[in-house]
Design a protein around this ligand. Structure first.
Ligand code: F6P
Length: 376
């Protein structure tokens, strides 16, 4: 691939999130209109790249998509080095490189979250000119203050907590609301604070049921016979968290392919046994407080639908900055959002580096200041 790209490919990979189309448009319009590049869009993420399925992204294709949810290109969670093709798992990296050469691409823009950063890093090391634009509702990408998708999901989850308050209040119930975020608690913490959840449980702070039950009993004694518990999907009690840490340590220390496979299998069974934590918490709280409990899993509602203003803005900003970087031949980077700026950060520093909530983060302090129980 040559420096100073003229024909560029773009794809969206991983889970969809609001703002993807704003970023496609932001990159595409700048690349086409400002730099005179040609842009093609691969269908369905890495799978489309491996199968060389693409569409031309001309100005008509880029028009009218700013406000649209999801991704007009489609997405998938495929990994290039182990892609399922029929019954086989195949390393498609060589095919991908061939396709990029065949298509005359001088750069490839990968829009996605943490998994996509790893993929982008892998493809960059394999010799492709790559930039990565950070999207995810989880907000867990290292070195970027915010990823697009987060703001919209935060608004949706906050509104859900607002709505759950009135029904919890009317029925004198505990409502446990499960919020996405994978291994990070940003979404649950942000929405929990903004929605005024009484208890917020995060992956970063393993919880015990008793302090949670005690805070609910205190609220009831003070005349508030209802409570809303915002629980991140990755939150675990002390025992489960310790089991997971031990299982992950086994994976890291395994020194043969066989031992690694066995350790991964064990780790996955530990993860599976932790599913349904929201239900376990609701049951335990009902038993410990005598208050009726209900569970709401917000699920995919959090990442569907039209992006809010903030995500449109961020997608447009990072997309345009990405086109600047491609024009300068600045590759192998994530276009990170830092303050008001879009900053190139080497992919090697971003890939595999999860941004979880630091225990001294001001949001945690804010939650504790208003009396929120964090389960510890
Ligand atoms: O990473 C975004 C996310 O929505 C996570 O919050 C969630 O754990 C995961 O994707 C769900 O993934 P899938 O779309 O594969 O079910």
């Amino acid at each position: 691939m040559a420096k100073g790209a003229k024909r560029v490919g773009i794809l969206t990979a991983g889970g969809d999130s609001p703002g993807l189309n704003a970023a496609i448009r932001g990159f595409g319009k700048a690349a086409l209109g400002h730099y005179g590049m040609e842009v093609i869009g691969f269908r369905d993420g890495i799978r489309g790249l491996a199968e060389n399925r693409y569409v031309d992204l001309d100005s008509q294709a880029l028009s009218g998509i700013l406000t649209v949810g999801g991704t007009v290109l489609g997405t998938s969670r495929d990994k290039p080095h182990k892609m399922r093709i029929g019954d086989e798992v195949v390393d498609m990296v060589p095919t991908i490189i061939e396709n990029c050469e065949k298509d005359g691409l001088e750069a490839l823009v990968c829009i996605g979250g943490g998994g996509t950063a790893k993929t982008a890093n892998r493809l960059s090391k394999a010799g492709l000119n790559i930039i990565h634009l950070p999207k995810t509702i989880d907000n867990d990408i290292a070195h970027t203050d915010t990823s697009f998708g987060f703001s919209t999901a935060l608004g949706i989850a906050t509104e859900a907590i607002d709505r759950l308050h009135s029904t919890a209040h009317s029925h004198h119930r505990i409502i446990v609301v499960e919020i996405m975020g994978h291994k990070a608690g940003w979404l649950a913490l942000g929405a929990g604070i903004a929605g005024g959840a009484d208890i917020i449980l995060l992956p970063e702070i393993p919880y015990s049921i008793e302090p949670v039950a005690e805070s609910i009993r205190k609220r009831a004694a003070a005349g508030h016979s209802f409570s809303v518990v915002a629980i991140a999907e990755g939150a675990r009690d002390l025992q489960d968290a310790a089991d997971l840490v031990a299982a992950e340590a086994l994976v890291r220390s395994a020194n043969s392919a066989e031992a690694k496979a066995a350790a991964k299998k064990h780790r996955n069974s530990v993860l599976t046994s932790h599913r349904g934590n929201a239900f376990k918490v609701a049951e335990a709280l009902e038993a410990a407080t005598g208050l009726e409990s209900r569970v709401t899993i917000l699920g995919y509602v959090q990442r569907g639908g039209t992006p809010d203003a903030q995500d449109r803005l961020l997608g447009t900003l990072l997309g345009g900055a990405g086109a600047d970087m491609v024009s300068r031949g600045e590759f192998g980077v994530t276009v990170a959002s830092q303050g008001q700026a879009a900053v190139p950060v080497p992919l090697s520093e971003v890939a595999g580096n999860l941004k979880t909530v630091p225990l001294d983060h001001p949001w945690l302090e804010a939650a504790r200041h208003v009396g929120t129980c964090m389960g510890d």
